[in-house]
Ligand binder design. Structure first.
Ligand code: AMP
Length: 417
């Protein structure tokens, strides 16, 4: 497998799968262009070589083919600003062959939303799994998916996948297309390479001690990650709303705290497995509790095994901040997913902030490798302005989580094949 920096793309047509699934407001203005900016190093590499760039992406979840609400056309202007040249827009991703042939070196094209064709995802539209006829409809889509993919592949001499955010999907443009290129002509983009390298540092080439901090609201949504991490980490910090499922399972009184009553056995099982594997598992030793779910609630610090009636756990307390901070600062590899409390309310964001700062300190002072990923921990790092203090902030929510669960991502596997 080649690295894109080893290749000179002069005069070559390069089909690049990017993740331009950006949020748009009701006037179709881009409200956050992070994903577009993240793809620029790869696009600019090809353009600096005087190659020809054909960009393809999905946007949202269109139900009709096509649906103007999900057109990529509104992002063209901003794309032109970012790449510093004109962008040709192809209204139909399947009918761009002639336009592509006419492209000259250094030109850029953006194809219309791939999901205007059901073949992109390979699932029939307008019919549910349970309904009669679904299987036939699925077969028909699968049959036409090959032609759809082949058309996209025909636009390029090379295929680059730089869309880490969709690497966990086995779609036409993210995985199947790679089969139309030999191993020297399919490549990771720069963003994809960085993400894969970051995941490898927490899954394969681990420097110890390795500490994972898992937070968020529920244990049930993180169970597969926690189970996989138990085979890798030295320390596992569990925080956020899931704390109270553990405290309840251990016989605690948790007041109105969020709790998954049907997951108490799961919580005990995790504690037992951690012990069996010699993983040090940390839970909060004090909690900030509130008398209502609000930023201006009354609050106090209590023992999380003994929360008074009418109060609910909102954040970790000062002793826990110190305890978690010490563990983090003594680590050489750190993975963080999910906040320690209801960080959206400033009053209850101190725990998440302390954890974020400790991760920054371990990274800057001790040379630890730190990976932050999954929606809300990225939001935390941004809220506290600590992006530059950590080693890597992943752009892929679902894709990162599946990689940490230990799954092989189809978009990555298709290039490695
Ligand atoms: P998740 O999507 O599972 O990663 O959960 C993230 C959400 O968990 C954030 O919106 C937090 O506000 C929320 N959260 C964290 N700690 C608590 C808590 N103690 N009680 C209720 N929600 C919490």
């Amino acid at each position: 497998m080649k690295n894109i920096n080893e290749i000179n793309f002069e005069g070559k047509r390069v089909v690049i799968r990017v993740d331009f699934n950006v949020p748009l407001d009701d006037k179709f203005n881009i409200t956050d262009d992070t994903r577009m900016r993240a793809a620029m190093p790869t696009i600019k590499k090809v353009l600096n070589d005087n190659g020809i760039v054909i960009l393809m992406s999905h946007l949202g979840r269109p139900k009709n083919n096509p649906d103007p609400k999900f057109s990529l056309r509104p992002i063209v202007k901003h794309l032109e600003e970012l790449v510093g040249r004109n962008v040709i827009f192809a209204d139909d991703c399947q009918k761009a062959g002639e336009q592509v042939k006419a492209m000259k070196n250094g030109e850029v094209m953006l194809l219309e939303n791939l999901r205007f064709y059901a073949e992109e995802e390979g699932k029939p539209r307008g019919i549910e799994k349970e309904e009669p006829g679904y299987d036939e409809a699925k077969k028909a889509i699968k049959a036409s998916q090959k032609k759809f993919t082949e058309t996209l592949a025909s636009y390029g001499d090379y295929y680059i996948n730089d869309a880490f955010g969709t690497a966990h999907r086995s779609h036409a443009s993210t995985a199947l297309i790679a089969d139309f290129f030999d191993s020297d002509h399919k490549l990771y983009g720069m963003l994809m390479s960085q993400e894969v390298e970051a995941v490898d540092k927490v899954m394969k080439d681990i420097k110890r001690p390795f500490t994972a901090i898992m937070g968020g609201s529920k244990v049930s949504t993180k169970i597969e990650i926690i189970e996989n991490l138990l085979t890798k980490v030295d320390n596992l910090i569990l925080c956020g709303g899931m704390t109270y499922t553990f405290k309840k399972a251990l016989g605690g009184t948790i007041g109105n705290s969020i709790c998954e009553l049907d997951k108490l056995d799961m919580a005990l099982d995790i504690l037992a497995k951690a012990k069996e594997k010699g993983v040090k598992l940390y839970l909060a030793i004090d909690a900030v509790v509130a008398d209502k779910f609000s930023n201006d609630a009354n609050y106090q610090v209590v023992d999380p095994m003994n929360i008074p009636d009418g109060w609910e756990g909102m954040d970790i307390g000062p002793k826990t901040r110190e305890l978690f901070g010490e563990v983090i600062k003594n680590s050489k590899t750190i993975l963080w997913n999910g906040p320690c409390g209801v960080f959206e309310f400033d009053t209850f964001s101190k725990g998440s902030e302390a954890v974020a700062r400790a991760i920054g300190e371990a990274t800057k002072k001790n040379g630890a490798f730190s990976l932050i990923g999954g929606g809300d921990s990225v939001a935390c790092i941004n809220k506290f302005n600590l992006v530059d203090e950590v080693s890597y902030v992943s752009t892929g929510g679902g894709a990162l989580l599946e990689a940490i669960e230990g799954k092989e991502l189809p978009g990555i596997a298709a290039i490695r094949k």
